[in-house]
Ligand binder design. Structure first.
Ligand code: DGL
Length: 270
């Protein structure tokens, strides 16, 4: 009963890498729905249908706990899944809340009323579906007051990364940062609200300048998962099998994953 990590494609590997480093004794099963990526241009029903199918596949692989390492799925499907789909004894978590807890200087799981925080101007970079859902702004409003968020829908970036075209991805990121800075010239913090984007974190940081603190999710999710498993140790079973599943072409996905994580990763068909 390993812990499941799900993404539409390769982006969740940034989270997987961090959780494996933080929790080296926990077996993880990764599932990338590469055949259906990107999710960020799909409507909410489509994202819900794909995300529930992928999560069920991870339950079938022996996971009791699945982390949606995909902001688009977390934004468009998680709440609905938790309210009516997740079977008894299973849990599904997203990647939004740990990031917002860090931004709003809260301890994991602190649900006290919203309060003033130091960071007042926040740039959010995410997929079109995540931006459209306004889920990030909603979660932030539960925890902080007076924070101005300017969101930039970064069309094309996930496709370019999934295709391995990093030159195009970098050019698109620079264009999206420019567009954001025209709307909000002096952000204090920037959120990389898509798990693919940490693969281009340096490009974001350079384009934004040294005065902007860039928050990316991987380490924050790893820390909050460690805390969660500490509180719910029963959700990791005795199973020792880690693995990498993809709905795409395993050879092609393995090569790209190996290139991104700089260690050999072998995917098999989901
Ligand atoms: N990594 C996914 C996310 O965090 C990418 C979504 C997509 O496939 O467009 O949003």
């Amino acid at each position: 009963m390993a812990v499941g990590i799900f993404d539409s494609g390769l982006g969740g590997l940034t989270v997987l890498d961090a959780v494996q480093r933080r929790l080296p004794d926990v077996p993880f099963v990764y599932l990338g729905d590469n055949a259906n990526a990107p999710y960020g241009v799909r409507d909410a029903q489509d994202v819900y249908d794909l995300t529930t199918a992928a999560t069920q596949r991870l339950f079938d692989a022996g996971c009791d706990l699945v982390v949606l390492a995909c902001n688009t799925a977390s934004a468009a499907a998680l709440r609905r899944m938790q309210e009516g789909w997740v079977p008894p004894g299973k849990r599904v978590l997203g990647v939004f809340v740990p990031l917002i807890e860090a931004l709003t200087e809260r301890r994991w799981g602190d649900n006290s009323p919203p309060r003033e925080v130091a960071v007042k101007h926040v740039a959010l970079f995410a997929t079109p579906a995540t931006v459209r859902s306004r889920a990030f702004q909603r979660e932030l409003a539960f925890r902080a007051i007076g924070v101005d968020v300017e969101a930039q829908a970064c069309g094309g970036v996930v496709d370019a990364i999934e295709d391995g075209d990093l030159i195009l991805a970098e050019a698109l990121v620079r264009g999206h940062v420019d567009a954001l800075l025209r709307k909000m010239p002096e952000p204090k913090a920037a959120i990389l609200g898509c798990t693919h984007y940490p693969l281009l974190q340096d490009v974001f940081q350079t384009a934004l300048g040294p005065g902007v603190q860039v928050y990316s999710q991987a380490d924050l999710v790893a820390e909050s998962l460690a805390d969660y498993l500490n509180r719910h140790p029963g959700l990791i079973g005795p199973g020792r099998e880690s693995g990498y599943l993809t709905t795409g072409n395993p050879g092609r996905v393995s090569d790209k994953a190996t290139q991104f994580l700089r260690r050999r990763i072998e995917f098999v068909a989901a």
